[in-house]
Design a protein around this ligand. Structure first.
Ligand code: AMP
Length: 289
């Protein structure tokens, strides 16, 4: 596995691969890897000749009061995990390599990026779209792998790729969960044991909504009230949002249909957790789609 820190070296390696006609998959991450990240790399390896993973805690997508400084980092551990996974190249730049002092160009979006997480984290999607545009331009992948755990991010990136004619396929990978249902996240490490126990309420509440939908409930208001009630049964939970939106536009719906997104964001202590399911999909998926 090649580990590189510079854009130029990354380009050089990819140019060599492309000259040999190899296809390239890109798995962008902020590191501190877990099985959720590794599942993207497994999917990429299956579809492509070469897999590039990036590890970059992108300062542009963090607000001034968010957790940029304390975001967990351990590149050596990440590299061991990626090597075992069979990743071909890791691009792990410093912030200075990605952003010149006078950097002033951004990729921004309206609509899809404005509700849900975009409301409480107003700079996030501009940061995500800008850094992914740069990573796509650096790696020139045939396919890019993103997790459905960050469902709005996936919708935002799919829209950006369509609107700006990026020549690549975006592949959404199922959410990987802990045994008790909690979606895996690098931020789960912030929680103490009591908070970790309390965090089970997220998947439990979504499961209740899935059961209600399976039982014939289609009213979005009733479903969001049900989820809110379930979340509030846990005293440590502090709800950011509970929303049901169209799976592509991220706009609220009144009647719930297959393909809609049921999404929640909840603080447990100071840790902000998100989770979701697509109506019609199982909460625990086994198939990539
Ligand atoms: P992050 O390092 O949190 O920016 O995540 C990098 C990529 O991994 C994103 O596309 C995430 O959606 C994806 N990802 C994070 N957690 C999970 C998970 N539990 N299951 C599947 N994909 C995930």
């Amino acid at each position: 596995m090649i580990i590189v820190k510079t854009i130029e070296q990354t380009r050089e390696v990819v140019r060599g691969w492309k000259a040999e006609g190899k296809t390239v998959g890109l798995c962008p991450t902020m590191g501190y890897l877990h099985e959720g990240h590794l599942s993207l790399m497994t999917a990429s390896k299956k579809d492509n000749d070469k897999t590039v993973a990036t590890v970059f805690v992108n300062p542009m997508q963090f607000g001034p009061t968010e957790d940029l400084a304390k975001y967990p980092r351990d590149l050596e551990r990440d590299c061991r995990m990626m090597e075992a996974e069979g990743v071909d190249m890791v691009f792990a730049p410093e912030a200075e390599e990605m952003y010149a002092d006078d950097f002033c160009t951004f990729v921004d979006m309206t609509g899809v990026s404005e509700g849900l997480c975009g409301r409480s984290r107003p700079v996030m999607f501009r940061g995500v779209c800008t850094v992914l545009t740069k990573l796509i331009n650096i790696v020139c992948p045939d396919r890019m792998y993103l997790g459905k755990k960050d469902a709005q991010q996936l919708a935002v990136v799919r829209r950006m790729v369509r609107d700006l004619d990026f020549d690549l396929e975006v592949v959404g990978c199922p959410t990987v969960r802990e045994e008790d249902g909690l979606a895996k996240s690098s931020r789960n490490t912030y929680m103490n044991p009591e908070q970790r126990q309390a965090s089970r309420v997220l998947s439990r509440s979504l499961r209740a909504a899935q059961d209600a939908i399976a039982g014939g409930q289609t009213d979005s208001g009733q479903l969001t009230r049900l989820i809110t009630k379930k979340l509030k049964e846990e005293p440590m939970s502090d709800i950011d949002y509970v929303e049901i939106v169209d799976g592509l536009s991220m706009q609220p719906v009144e009647k719930v249909r297959d393909g809609d997104l049921v999404a929640i964001a909840v603080r447990i202590g100071t840790t902000r957790l998100i989770d979701n399911f697509i109506v019609g999909d199982p909460l625990i998926e086994t198939q990539q789609s």
